[in-house]
Design a protein around this ligand. Sequence first.
Ligand SMILES: [Zn+2]
Length: 258
Amino acid sequence: MPDSIKKMIESFKMLPGIGEKTAERMAFSVMNFDDDQIELFISSLNDVHTKIKKCEICNTLTENDKCSVCSSNNRDNTYLCVVDDVKNVFLFEKMGMFNGFYHVLDGLISPMDGINPEDIGLDKLLDRIKKENFKEIIFAFNPSIEAETTAMYIKRILDGYDLKFTRLASGVPMGANMEYVDSLTLERPSYHLLGDNMKKVFSILKKLVFSAFLIYGYNLIAVNFNLLIPINICNISIVTFLGAPGMLALVLFKFVTR
Ligand SMILES: [Zn+2]
């Protein structure tokens, strides 16, 4: 095999999860690229190497001094979402369910591995929280002992500040990775991110749906057992018509507002 192909295969093997066979397949498919594709491939490798840097405020990856989130005027400056993996910032942005700001830590505190608060850039985070007007700090870590330790540590240092601490990952099982969690699991704990008015609307809707469900259930029993009790005042066809979607909606609301 020519040296240049061997070198290409070795290069692909540097990527995570890529073994000999896959690297070979990738190298051979690169050989079929036309000039434009090769140019794009080379320039994108070069660009991520030379242009990408950390946002000076939140540490997320950007081509400018400040990332697009930190430079935006349309975000809610009372929420700060703290992550330990920059990929999660892009994940949350893609899902478009969070409109606050982010802060990326360089990992999590792990005394067992000798990783202390100063190693993960906690000072920068704490300074930022003390200076800005956040009301709620949301920890969006993958569940682990290290995540607990880090969250506890931050909470203890900020004791006495008017802050609410929540965690976004409460629906994620221990040991699960945020990357593989479906959007519903992440949306559930985010109910608290809705505004107060939205919460009121949700709670009224929930009650309405629940009432419809009760009437539906009662009518089902009443019809089946031929119970002609005055409480059965609703026209059964209407109630049945509303009841089935109501039941579905109830299940959905349970998910969203858990
Ligand atoms: Zn930023």
